[in-house]
Design a binder for this molecule. Structure first.
Ligand code: GLU
Length: 310
């Protein structure tokens, strides 16, 4: 862990890669990291690495991820920020929002949320507003029940629009989303945007499975008075069944592939081919990819990765 990532000193605009250290990075994660590096470096930005370690961490996974990124040639500007070093700052932001009347305690279980009739004007799947409307007596009764509440944001919009390099203007649902979980941990949607803003991140490149989260995050960013970043949600790597890669898919990490005799340079070469930035069998490095990189020509569909690839 770094000792000084609790307070951040931004030094110019930046892009970033923000993995969760829950296990080894797979080829899909590595491809997204390469793209985040390319987007940042080809636009004159700093490139930052942030470990999103607020939940689901595996011992040593951060070190393994760092080693794999280095092996691939992905370089970043130090320090590596660990979110667990930033807990007091997230707490401050949550307290500020609460003091401004922008939060409420939510005692709902997942099941209660699913079963609640959706209120008028709330989009399908959105939080139905149950605990936002509790009166004093009801709130006291809920608190007395002993179930620790999550904290949700009071959203005063139902949708928000973000700018995405690949998706264009993208409008998506915003509801009273959770900013602190029932166990007291700040939610990803809060921690990530506070860090992005305070690290000077104005370009967010990540997998397009997170595109639907961007309107909520950009809304909270604006509510806190920060400028929203420009997004680049990039296509994912999927397996033959068109679902995200998992252990069941066999060799998907650098270690798995190395055990099969596929070295890191070959993995990078395949990533380059998948992005239209290299010829089959061509050895490449990241600076070469940067010379060829053009967001306009990036594939807009997922890379279907099967065992035959190698
Ligand atoms: N930590 C998240 C993940 O690994 C990514 C968050 C982000 O890039 O905003 O899925």
């Amino acid at each position: 862990m770094t000792s000084d990532s609790g307070t951040l000193r931004p030094a110019g605009p930046a892009g970033r890669y923000a993995p969760s250290p829950s296990g080894e990075l797979h080829v899909g994660n590595l491809r997204t990291a390469v793209l985040a590096w390319l987007f940042a470096r080809t636009t004159g930005r700093r490139f930052l690495l942030r470990m999103e370690d607020l939940d689901r961490t595996a011992a040593g996974a951060d070190r393994q991820q760092i080693a794999d990124l280095i092996a691939l040639g992905v370089e970043w500007d130090p320090p590596i920020v660990y979110q667990t070093d930033r807990l007091p700052r997230y707490r401050e932001v949550i307290d500020e929002l609460t003091a401004a009347g922008r939060t409420f305690e939510c005692f709902c279980t997942r099941r209660e949320i699913l079963e609640a009739p959706s209120a008028p004007h709330t989009p399908p799947g959105a939080y139905p507003g149950t605990c936002r409307r509790l009166g004093e007596a009801q709130l006291a009764a809920k608190r007395a029940s002993g179930r620790p509440p999550a904290i949700r944001i009071v959203a005063d919009v139902t949708q928000f629009t973000v700018t995405d390099v690949l998706a264009g203007q993208y409008t998506g649902a915003v509801d009273d989303f959770v900013i602190q979980r029932g166990d007291g941990t700040p939610a990803y949607n809060l921690a990530a945007i506070v860090d992005d803003a305070e690290q000077g991140v104005d370009q967010v490149c990540r997998g397009d499975d997170l595109l639907a989260s961007a309107p909520r995050q950009a809304y909270l960013t604006a509510l806190l008075g920060y400028a929203p970043p420009v997004y680049a949600h990039v296509p994912m790597v999927l397996n033959a069944d068109h679902i995200r890669l998992s252990k069941r898919d066999g060799a998907i990490t650098l270690a798995d592939l190395s055990a099969r005799g596929v070295d890191t340079a070959t993995v990078l070469s395949h990533i380059a081919v998948s992005l239209g930035l290299g010829a089959v069998g061509e050895r490449v490095d990241l600076p070469t990819l940067a010379e060829r990189f053009d967001p306009a020509t990036l594939p807009r569909h997922p890379w279907i990765l099967t065992d035959d690839e190698w």
